[in-house]
Write a protein that binds this ligand. Sequence first.
Ligand SMILES: Cc1cc2nc3c(=O)[nH]c(=O)nc-3n(C[C@H](O)[C@H](O)[C@H](O)COP(=O)(O)O)c2cc1C
Length: 327
Amino acid sequence: MEIRKIRLGGLLLSSNVLMAPLAGYTCYPFRMLAYELGAGLCFTEMVSANALKYEDRATKRLLLTTEKEQIKAVQLLGGIPAVMEEMAKSELLKDADIIDINMGCPVPNVFKSGEGSALMLDQKRAAAIIRGCKKSGKIVTVKCRTGVREDKMFAAEFARMCEDAGADMITIHGRSRSMMYDGVPYYSEIEQAKAAVSIPVIANGGIFSAEDARRMMERTGADGVMIARYGLENPFIFGELTKKVCEKSAYQLLSEQLLLTSSLYQETFTLLYMRKLAAYMMKKRKGTKRYKQRLYQSGSMEELQKVLWLIFGQDNESAYQPGKEVR
Ligand SMILES: Cc1cc2nc3c(=O)[nH]c(=O)nc-3n(C[C@H](O)[C@H](O)[C@H](O)COP(=O)(O)O)c2cc1C
């Protein structure tokens, strides 16, 4: 696919290959990894504006970042324009360069509360949320789907509303809410949305190889792609697409993730996150299935580091030297 930079207000994204927000995964360490490998933009996972308003500790932790993160994009989830505006302008989000508004989450609880993909059915409220968030002076982007029902999709109309309300970019997951996370994305819906607006349109959904990314760009004419689950399975996809060189091995990258995560988060979080990430990354690695249980049972950093070595380094326990990296 053709790699280009994307301008968003005063920001220049280094590539048009974006990493999706993924709840439970796109914490600060993972975003740093994706940026290092070539992602042009990464997002926090969805952060509930209501929970932030009540200063919920676990929710505030989702905002963790440092000055090393090149561009800081926070995804907000919420359905009340006044709360979204208040949070967008709040001290808690002072470090954020970009606020992305979640208008695609299909989960029943979220939908029933009038948040996420439910906003696609209430365009007036969706527009009020965008306008409110824009008052923060930050760049505001929207992530949505092609519609709520598969037999009634309206991505172009929705994209136009977003642009009119002041959105700086829109990402379209090419599936309706009813499709959840399965099925071939509707390329034509994204194509029509791209033709309807002049802000950048990013295409998301079902990209599980470089070839899929190329096809997505070709069929939709989008300005870029957003990789989601495949970014966890094979984070090297960012370098494959952008040609950014990284000579580190999967083991080295995971060892660095472990170090970075444990330096910033508590051990329980670190173990949970690292096990989940490693489980995704080992999916296509032959002969590693037998370590899966050991991975899930690893209850200390030392144990986890050793299992990572067995899966991603050398499948040889006696060659393991704690603290020694492999290339
Ligand atoms: C485990 C998981 C967590 C997700 N969390 C979020 C989220 O926090 N915010 C969001 O906008 N989308 C979220 N998504 C949706 C993805 O960003 C993406 O739109 C979707 O997975 C489709 O892309 P894919 O087919 O390439 O995976 C999540 C998806 C999964 C599987």
